[in-house]
Write a protein that binds this ligand. Structure first.
Ligand code: NAD
Length: 358
């Protein structure tokens, strides 16, 4: 076995149906008395309920979280937290809301209590990001890692089916890249494999019955594990592609992860045999790339970059941006091959994995 470093999560996880009922106890456990609750405008009702459940320990709701954490939104939220004398932020929502909490924590070192309602996984990572003048900046800082995470599958019952599916593939993509990461280790491998298995089990059940609590629990449990490995390993080609397509071509986050995933797996197939075996074991399948493609089709997920709004004429520029700065990937990354991959993803070509070569 190779030597490795595993950083255990400093956070506390409370998981289960109605776990959100434990929120007052969890805020108290953090030693906080003035929690500011964050949500998006769309989830203000959830934010208000959560704030109400905290009684005197809440200083109010700030329902202005927005996609990609605009810098001005973060500044206003920091001002509001300061004005109200908040000593903790409670983020109830998806990656955008948790991202806003991270901006406040980065500025103030205030503890975050996260209550995720999607499968994006931000609550498990020390990664923060914000956008300013159309440019997304990201960084890592342990101050932004939530101290406590409450996973309550009941809060995901109304996450629309299509969003649940793409958010689920977003999570699976964290785990597949973690399995072939340079700094993968036996513990992250276990978590990644279990995370993929839980989502591959939960998503079809969720599609058949979106309010089925067992399927929703599987999905959220899988999302937790996938988010945990995202925070502990370095991502490779897949996340680089998604960063470029989201940041420079404004493609939607979870959908882009969804469309690209089978193509990146086919690209890395021969170069990462152990990772592929683990994905195949998790999905009870004989080929990781085909199994993901098949699952996309079964679930009715998007399969082409074209349907996400990408223009064919921009594929070359995207490929150039991807190869611009070197980074680790199990198979070398070249302009021509990235362009071919993007072209496959543009039309959603399905092909036998034997086509992938080193
Ligand atoms: P999101 O947080 O933007 O949510 C999308 C919409 O769905 C919002 O309107 C939200 O209010 C709504 N919503 C969320 N949960 C719901 C529910 N249960 N029921 C009904 N509506 C619900 O989407 P996301 O995919 O969770 O997050 C994407 C963002 O997170 C991106 O900006 C991405 O870069 C970031 N992200 C960051 C990390 C990290 O580690 N820093 C990891 C993953 C994603």
């Amino acid at each position: 076995m190779k030597s490795f470093i595993f950083e255990g999560s400093p956070g506390r996880v409370v998981f289960g149906p109605n776990a959100v009922d434990d929120l007052p106890r969890e805020v108290e456990q953090l030693g906080a008395t003035r929690a500011l609750v964050l949500s998006t405008p769309q989830q203000v009702a959830l934010g208000t309920d959560i704030s109400g459940s905290l009684g005197d320990r809440s200083v109010g709701v700030y329902p202005h979280a927005a996609m990609h954490v605009p810098f001005e939104t973060a500044e206003r939220a920091i001002d509001e937290a300061t004005r109200l004398g908040a000593d903790c932020v409670v983020a109830a929502g998806g990656g955008s809301t948790i991202g806003l909490a991270k901006a406040i924590a980065l500025h103030s070192a205030m503890p975050i209590l996260a209550i995720p309602t999607t499968y994006a996984g931000s609550e498990m990572t020390p990664i923060y990001g914000f956008t300013r003048d159309g440019r997304k900046t990201t960084g890592r800082d342990h101050r932004v890692l939530p101290k406590t995470v409450i996973y309550d599958p009941c809060l995901t019952l109304d996450l629309p089916k299509t969003m649940s599916i793409t958010s689920g593939f977003n999570a699976i993509a964290h785990a597949t890249e973690a399995l072939y990461a340079e700094n993968a280790n036996p513990i992250t491998n276990l978590m990644a494999e279990e995370g993929i298995a839980a989502l591959a089990r939960g998503l079809p059940g969720m599609k058949a019955a979106p309010r089925n609590l067992d399927s929703r629990s599987d999905c959220l449990y899988g999302a937790w594990l996938c988010g945990a490995v995202l925070g502990r390993t370095n991502m490779a080609l897949h996340h680089k592609l998604c960063h470029v397509l989201g940041g420079s071509f404004n493609l939607p986050h979870a959908e882009t992860h969804t469309v690209l995933l089978p193509h990146v797996l086919a690209y890395n197939y021969v170069a990462a045999p152990e990772a592929m075996s683990r994905i195949e074991r998790a999905m009870s399948a004989s080929n990781a790339a085909s199994a993901i493609f098949q699952l996309l089709r079964e679930l009715g997920a998007p399969t082409t970059l074209e349907e996400l709004g990408m223009k064919r004429i921009d594929l070359g520029r995207a490929a150039s941006l991807v190869v611009e700065s070197p980074y680790y990937n199990p198979r070398p990354v070249t302009y021509d091959e990235v362009l071919a991959l993007l072209d496959d993803a543009f039309i959603g070509r399905s092909y036998p994995p034997e086509r992938s070569k080193l």
